[in-house]
Design a protein around this ligand. Sequence first.
Ligand code: PBG
Length: 323
Amino acid sequence: MPFPIHRPRRLRATESLRALVRETHLEPSQFVLPLFVCPGEGVKREIGAMPGNYQMSIDEFVKECREAASLGIGGVILFGLPESKDETASGAYADDGIVQRALKAAKREVPGLLLITDVCNCEYTSHGHCGKIVDGDVDNDQTLEWLAAAAVSHARAGADMVAPSDMMDGRVAAIREALDENGFTKIPILSYAAKFASVFYGPFREAAESAPQFGDRRSYQMDPANGREAMREIELDLEEGADIIMIKPALPYLDLIWEARQSFDVPIAAYQVSGEFSMIMAAARNGWIDRQRAMLETLTSIRRAGADIILTYFAKDAARLLG
Ligand code: PBG
């Protein structure tokens, strides 16, 4: 009979004991803050469903970068709202596109901050899908050319890392080849390897103005029911040359973060997406949940499951609290 010899409560009695035996730790350097850049000057428009997050013109974006750097946050990931959208997503790979201009400014003004770019077309197409439409569906292979061009233009403008989120087949290989051909052999690829067709992207699509105008993304993003397929997607992306792999969303897919941690010895990122953030904020605003504790508990869970890096809209808040 273990009791009364074994009393696990002994190590929970005080905060100093709890801190001593704590298994999982959060560090600001593990967080990546998503930021939305828009045209104009002095623009800082709060996103309705994402309190504390803004569509920002480049000048405001640079201020945000400075703050992220001073808080010791691991990096920022950029999303762009272009002046205009078209059938060919030309704003995604234009050398003077919104993200490209923002990169140049941030690299100049905040040189120490790690700049990651989301490589996708949905913010730049008039129809809101992630690639070129042929016969009512996104054409995989033609979309690869746009993605490769976008990645190269980001690297040229100062991106330190590119993160394809489109879920086309073969995009990591296409991007790796294009980067290398253009002399960017040192730019790593963070692949959104297992990205699910999730309802939790809803608030983001308001923020990035990227909701599909017809249909949905289920012919390219993954079915939430499929765990084995997620491991297969990760394996393929690693074969194609991904340096870091990501699972997205985070909390509803902790099992897959855990499984990936057991199976692959590469850095693993997880994206606590807009809907995960908004749910906590909404409940907190109603007085139904404690915002700070919900933030720390979810971030800790994602780390405990095995993620090394967390993309999160809480990055600044959490860093402040930890710092
Ligand atoms: C672009 C992209 C999306 C997100 C990140 N990159 C939206 C989507 O796939 O529809 C979602 C991020 C979030 O919800 O916070 N494809």
